[in-house]
Design a binder for this molecule. Structure first.
Ligand code: CA
Ligand code: CA
Length: 234
């Protein structure tokens, strides 16, 4: 479970193989469709697929290659590495969960030791978590309980934040552990912070337009925690 990914250059993301890859792109890569059933792919012959999002979203991408060991690379549309994963899915399958912008991304599947592999790749848009509180500036400090989880998302809790008046706001997320805070709107991250408050508490000071936002909190170690959130106009 602790496999390290091979060096990126060996996978053709950088170096001489990039030119060959670019030629392949001009010939249109196979598409990976969000929400579709798993798409068959083979490594190393056709490891790259395009993933096009009509709107920003939190997306889960899975590469399933048992009995081989699938590895997953997420690239932007210029083939620059955004994120890679070895074994975050079931068994030694690979999984990436990430907020992605609208537009075209690339997903590359390789086998850990470069062996031939028939794999399946799947992408799905993840729904927002069910909000556990409704927040507004000036409300009393609110405790959000986060669950222990096997991933950042699974260890998160979300609350709805309504901003009625444009302004500069200070958002604090504090706990006895290591609170993390993300502001989300319309499937995109507006701001996120780890440790800008006291100790390892999270603090975001930001201009916010009127509208509805989602606050996501978790403990840095994905442990169960009680995180106190306060929002105040500045
Ligand atoms: Ca793997
Ligand atoms: Ca923190």
């Amino acid at each position: 479970m602790n496999h390290r990914l091979p060096p990126v250059a060996a996978l053709g993301v950088a170096g001489p193989l990039l030119a060959a890859s670019a030629v392949g792109v001009a010939q249109a890569l196979p598409a990976l469709t969000v929400g579709a059933p798993p798409t068959p792919t083979t490594a190393p012959e056709q490891p790259t697929l395009t993933l096009t999002l009509p709107a920003p979203a939190e997306v889960q991408i899975d590469a399933m290659g048992a009995p081989m060991d699938a590895q997953l690379l997420l690239l932007d549309d210029h083939d620059s590495l955004v994120e890679q994963d070895a074994d975050s899915g079931d068994g030694v399958d690979a999984r990436i969960v990430r907020f992605l912008a609208a537009g075209t991304h690339r997903v590359r599947v390789v086998e850990w030791r470069g062996r031939a592999m028939s794999a399946r790749v799947q992408a799905q848009v993840l729904p927002p978590l069910t909000p556990v509180a409704q927040l507004a500036p000036g409300a009393p400090p609110t405790v959000l309980n986060t669950p222990q989880g096997d991933s950042a998302r699974n260890a998160s809790a979300e609350a709805t934040l309504t901003i009625a008046a444009a302004g500069n706001y200070r958002l604090d997320a504090t706990s006895t552990g290591d609170a993390e805070l993300t502001i989300i709107q319309n499937g995109a991250i507006v701001a996120q912070d780890s440790d800008s408050g006291d100790g390892t508490n999270a603090l975001i000071t930001r201009q916010l337009a009127p509208g509805t936002y989602t606050l996501r909190v978790r403990d840095y170690g994905n442990r169960a925690s009680a995180i106190t959130v306060t929002i105040a106009p500045q």
